[in-house]
Design a protein around this ligand. Structure first.
Ligand code: IYR
Length: 222
């Protein structure tokens, strides 16, 4: 990539007011059907679907357009098993002492515990890494900017793309999760950010009957 970006003209597609309203409403209704799923099927997913999802995530805006992310895609069974075992070891400790009683009671309605079978069952684990800096061709360190914001936005778009493909995901954050850097043999400038199992829901999958906040609870218009 050249360091200077030439400017090119850009306009959005034009919609009438009615079309714009309908499209915004339709997209909201579609997005509102997305649920975090913990019961996965082992049904295979086409690799090309995953590739398109990752390319979509990588359209996210990022500080100085550095795109400070790496998506590691794990389908290898032995590697998934290794990740499950390491995650469960940490999660066991978290659920048995590291997490506060307030935290545990906040989580109780979601029915989570230290068992993470989805890490082996889901056909793909997308492990998102944040890059605090990059190594240039000169092997020197080059700074990245607003890395958490950039990678967080990319993960949001990733989840939307997964939903759009008719797949489900879980935003899993084993803590601490530096074991992912070791197992996946990532360079020192990459730190694990989020672990996203992707696939189809199990036939008997269930989700908690959660309600989302209304507009008056999430927004203030000035
Ligand atoms: N990382 C743990 C605990 C957990 C924490 C929050 I905050 C959640 O919304 C869900 C789970 C786990 O994955 O079980």
């Amino acid at each position: 990539m050249s360091s200077a970006h030439p400017f090119i003209s850009y306009q959005t597609q034009h919609f009438s007011k009615a079309e714009s309203l309908e499209r915004s409403r339709d997209f909201y209704h579609y997005a509102n059907q997305r649920r975090t799923v913990r019961d996965f099927s082992d049904q295979a997913v086409e690799r090309e679907v995953i590739e398109n999802i990752l390319l979509t995530a990588s359209t996210a805006p990022s500080g100085a357009h550095k795109q400070p992310w790496t998506f590691c895609v794990v389908s290898d069974l032995a590697l998934k098993k290794q990740i499950r075992e390491a995650a469960e070891k940490e999660e066991y400790e978290s659920y048995h002492g590291r997490m506060s009683t307030e935290w545990l009671s906040d989580l109780a309605p979601l029915g989570t515990d230290w068992h993470k079978p989805f890490l082996e069952i889901a056909p793909y684990l997308i492990v998102v890494f944040r890059k605090a800096y990059d190594f240039g061709a000169d092997q020197k360190q080059h700074k990245n900017y607003y890395v958490n914001e950039s990678v967080g936005i990319a993960c949001g778009i990733l989840l939307a793309a997964i939903h759009q493909a008719g797949l489900v995901a879980l935003t899993h954050t084993p803590s601490p999760m530096n074991f992912l850097q070791k197992i996946l043999n990532r360079p020192e400038n990459e730190r694990p950010f989020l672990l996203v199992p992707v696939g189809y829901p199990a036939v008997d999958a269930q989700v908690p009957d959660l309600q989302r906040k209304g507009l008056d609870e999430i927004a203030v218009f000035y």
